[in-house]
Ligand binder design. Structure first.
Ligand code: ZN
Length: 142
């Protein structure tokens, strides 16, 4: 393992510390990827406009699990507006609509998934958590 990006994906794919239940969760949303069988539930706790805490449960392939966990690390502590911007950037990165490295910096560790755009079979796995979070915000009028 000589690639820092692979390390991030591996580390979060195995027994992530973000895989737990929140004591109190304001919103939760399920996401399912029938192509691969990935199934996750994302929990969010807000403090005003700030994502105070997040967690997830569920199962699936290493890419879906690690993508969910990394997303949680990146979005925790952000405002809802910042989170939306980051989610949009991640989705555009995977769809190869953004290639400018500077723009991708806001993704922090989630940039590790950039090469997934070269693996069509894994794209839905990588995007599952991010689309689920997008739905969660939309459904709750955020
Ligand atoms: Zn998958």
């Amino acid at each position: 393992m000589d690639n820092i990006y692979d390390e991030i994906i591996m580390e979060h794919g195995m027994n992530s510390y973000n895989k737990r239940k929140l004591d109190k969760c304001d919103f939760c949303e399920k996401g399912h990827n029938p192509n691969c069988g990935d199934d996750i539930t994302i929990e969010v706790k807000l403090n005003g406009d700030i994502i105070e805490d997040m967690a997830f449960s569920g199962y699936g392939c290493a890419i879906s699990q690690s993508s969910t966990s990394v997303m949680i690390d990146v979005l925790r502590g952000k405002t809802i507006a910042e989170a939306k911007e980051i989610i949009k950037t991640f989705i555009e990165m995977i769809k190869r609509e953004i290639t400018d490295e500077k723009e991708l910096e806001k993704l922090e560790d989630a940039i590790a998934f950039k090469n997934v755009s070269n693996m069509p079979a894994r794209v839905k796995c990588a995007l599952l958590a991010w689309h689920t979070m997008e739905d969660l915000l939309k459904k709750n009028g955020k």
